[in-house]
Design a protein around this ligand. Structure first.
Ligand code: MN
Length: 488
């Protein structure tokens, strides 16, 4: 479970991409792919099978890559652990952060080329920024690590936010009510801009670390260091005081302006629905720094790379949270069908009746996004939705085992919550204090602690897991079927 040795396969983005290529998991796409829709369409078709590498999309010199962490097994591999140890390893890193190591500007690959923004520069000309989904309102940066410093403490925060590039040097950003927004509000109250950096082309482990659910004033780059097993090299931005991963491909330096809001959206989000257009905060860009030949990373929204980067750190947090109160909790999984956020499956060793309902209530309290919790026994694999459904089919009775809580806070991106607030058919979005209100549902799909005979024993065939089919099957054998007459 300890992750003290560096995971060299994922030291930086290029090392990881080379590893994927060497193992036939990177598809090189022919030149000229249109940035509008076509690039995302190709990447989506390859999602979960191969990373897509676009050499020269729409004539751009900068290649685009997508889908390089689109399988759970690949993420475990990048971390250098078995899949079964993935959550424990992430949790260990989150609980044992490693402070970063600052390098001199001349040593940082991400600052090999520095461009100060002036009226001759246009982000959409400088960078190959794709437009992803059908109703998206233009090009979006979807894999940008947004890094800012707490104005009060100086401690950094890292998050991935959707960013619409809607002007030559202007970008509108969605900030959910978390740490970055808190920093911005603190700066805005003093009528000051908040310095930010948007980092594109980070390594898989830094991307994963950015999604850790930690208290405010815990720099996610220190979790990235812990995942790497070595302090992360960072460098100070050229136009502000933010520190960014030195091995990144591209860094956009800028300021979140106080008291400025401009339209952003619609945009197709992780639940596979569009967020409506709203007025959002704005970043004005001061400089762009890159490697000599940078690679641009885009995440296709709602596809596996997007879902897994969010769900694995959340699973690790949920598991740690539940195990503090319920030692019988063995494993958790945020299902893919539940968009990696809403539906939690919990594997639980029950000792007393009623305990699963306590687990359900604990899970609802752990994160507001959790909408449905299914608790199953030890003999059910929570990573297999078919097995979970089997447990519900055979161990659950709705009048006895169902928990429903109405009118709780849920995900604002869940479109069914707009019905609850009465805004599904309105042109105006609900006011913020009415957004995301919905119900919670918990299912206790565990069998009774005490039961007679084999009434709740799962059927298994002795030796089924140990059979070595290669030893049993005769290679190239052909059965002679002649002599079987058929009457017509
Ligand atoms: Mn944070």
């Amino acid at each position: 479970m300890k992750n003290d040795t560096p995971a060299p396969k994922a030291r930086d983005l290029r090392t990881w991409l080379a590893h994927l290529q060497a193992t036939d998991r990177l598809a090189v796409i022919r030149e000229g792919t249109p940035l509008k829709h076509r690039l995302a369409a190709i990447a989506k078709r390859l999602d979960g099978q191969q990373a897509a590498y676009f050499q020269q999309p729409e004539g751009h010199d900068i290649p685009v890559v997508s889908g390089f962490v689109s399988r759970r097994a690949w993420i475990a591999e990048a971390m250098g652990v078995a899949q079964s140890g993935l959550l424990a390893a992430f949790r260990h890193a989150a609980e044992h952060p490693l402070p970063w190591r600052e390098v001199a500007p001349g040593e940082a690959p991400c600052q090999q080329v520095v461009t100060r923004m002036d009226e001759t520069h246009d982000l959409n000309v400088m960078l190959p920024i794709p437009t992803h989904s059908e109703h998206d309102n233009g090009p979006y940066i979807t894999a940008g690590l947004v890094i800012a410093r707490n104005p009060a403490t100086g401690v950094q925060n890292v998050s991935i936010n959707r960013i619409q590039v809607h002007g030559r040097d202007r970008m509108a950003i969605l900030m959910l009510p978390r740490h970055l927004l808190a920093f911005y509000k603190a700066a805005e109250e003093q009528d000051r801009a908040l310095e930010v950096a948007v980092v594109i082309g980070a390594d898989p482990l830094t991307l994963l670390a950015s999604q850790a659910i930690t208290p405010i004033d815990h720099d996610e780059l220190e979790i990235a260091g812990a995942l790497h097993g070595a302090p992360l090299p960072v460098v100070k931005c050229t136009s502000n005081d933010v520190r960014v991963p030195a091995n990144a491909e591209i860094v956009i330096e800028g300021r979140l302006l106080p008291k400025v809001r401009e339209p952003e959206g619609p945009f197709g989000e992780f639940p596979k629905y569009y967020s409506a257009q709203e007025k959002r905060e704005v970043i004005v860009v001061d400089a762009v720094t890159t490697r000599k030949k940078p690679i641009y990373h885009t995440i296709v929204p709602a596809e596996m790379e997007h879902l897994l980067l969010g769900s694995i750190p959340r699973e690790a947090t949920m598991l740690a949270h539940l195990q503090r109160s319920f030692p019988g909790v063995l494993d958790v999984h945020l299902s893919v069908g539940g968009v990696g956020r809403y539906h939690l499956f919990v594997k639980f060793r029950k000792q007393r009746e009623g305990e699963p309902k306590n687990v359900i209530l604990g899970a609802f309290g752990a994160h507001y996004d959790i909408k449905q919790v299914i608790v199953v026994d030890e003999d059910v694999d929570v990573h297999d939705p078919q097995q979970v459904e089997w447990a519900v089919a055979t161990r659950f009775q709705a009048d006895r085992d169902l928990v429903v809580i109405s009118g709780a806070q849920g995900s604002v991106l869940d479109p069914s919550t707009t019905v609850a607030s009465g805004h599904a058919d309105s042109d105006e979005p609900a006011p913020p204090h009415l957004q995301g209100i919905g119900a919670k549902m918990g299912l206790d799909a565990t069998r009774p602690v005490a039961y007679r005979g084999h009434v709740f024993t799962k059927v298994r065939i002795p030796g089924e897991d140990e059979v070595d089919l290669a030893a049993e099957i005769v290679p190239d054998a052909r059965v002679d079927w002649t002599g079987a007459e058929v009457a017509s």
